[in-house]
Design a protein around this ligand. Sequence first.
Ligand code: SAH
Length: 248
Amino acid sequence: MNYELLIDLHKMNKRQGPGSDAQTLKALQLSGLMTSTQSMQIADIGCGTGASTLVLAENLNASITAIDLFQDFLDILNANAQKRGFADKITTQSGSMEELAFEDGSLDVIWSEGAIYNMGFAKGVEYFKRFLKPGGTLAVSEITWLTTERPEEIQRHWDSEYPEIAIASDKIKILEDHGFILKGYFPLPESSWIENYYAPLKNTFDGFITKNDSEDARAIVESEKAEAAHYEKYSHYFSYGFYIAQKV
Ligand code: SAH
């Protein structure tokens, strides 16, 4: 995998995975955090260029640590935070979500959109929990089946891509088994995938190939196109589910 090229392709976009400002806001509303007046300690994990981080900064009295594996994404987030006047609310940190530098029980909120699959949902929920204060909020979006029945082709695809994909009730059970109370769940609508993710991504393909004229670059574009086509064909069967939960 040529990470440099992948980063180069994805950093041009506002988001690096399906979602939208409106869906982040919806999750925020379900969390009950918008009415909190005291300053909160928040981590946005796998933040990418920070689409969600900026929505959190705009709507909450908070000090946000935004974490991603790739500094290139964080550089863009820092520039945008500066431009939008949120630089004093957002600190970026490059590193792995599997090795967080927070004290146990130190965070009011852990936010993570389209990223927890990198360590696996169950493992991530278990690991993130320790960093939350009692009563703290976990808000994550995670690949989720929308139906209990589905064509064999898509089942096979996801069995090899991400076998932890499951229906929402299974994901909710994992949260409950780890001592979380569910405060809200909703699946991301198609627009979060098509209008907010794949369409802007497709618009960058030509420029990306002109800039990086290589086999690797063309292979990346082909694989992104195949992923988008897979989504368009099977959008009734899966999405990201947004789970908002509170540590007991
Ligand atoms: N939350 C952003 C990005 C989602 S894409 C958005 O919704 O737009 C997933 C992100 O997770 C990418 O930015 C990727 O760089 C990051 N990532 C992947 N593995 C990671 C890891 N082990 N630790 C931290 N971040 C990781």
